[in-house]
Design a protein around this ligand. Structure first.
Ligand code: SF4
Length: 78
């Protein structure tokens, strides 16, 4: 899912994990993740509010979440 400045991807298995989805919703300070019973949804309207804090990366298994700065191509992952 892409904003103008930020893209956030949650990979397949992780995206379908309701427990992880709830955790991501809890940690993101700008409400980019929405936890649902079937997994993670991205609140696209908030993507560009990302403050690059990395809390979503710390809350998820290695490689599950990738945040991309579209203006530089740099990716944040774990
Ligand atoms: S880096 Fe921070 S602000 Fe950006 S999506 Fe992850 S938790 Fe939200």
């Amino acid at each position: 899912m892409d904003g103008v400045f930020i893209s956030v991807e949650v990979n397949g298995d992780a995206a379908a994990d309701a427990a992880l989805a709830a955790k991501l919703e809890e940690v993101c300070p700008v409400s980019i993740f929405k936890g649902t019973p079937s997994g993670v949804e991205i609140n696209a309207e908030f993507l560009d509010e990302c403050v690059l804090c990395g809390l979503c990366l710390d809350a998820a298994p290695d490689g599950a979440v990738t945040v991309t700065k579209l203006y530089s191509g740099e990716t944040l992952t774990r």
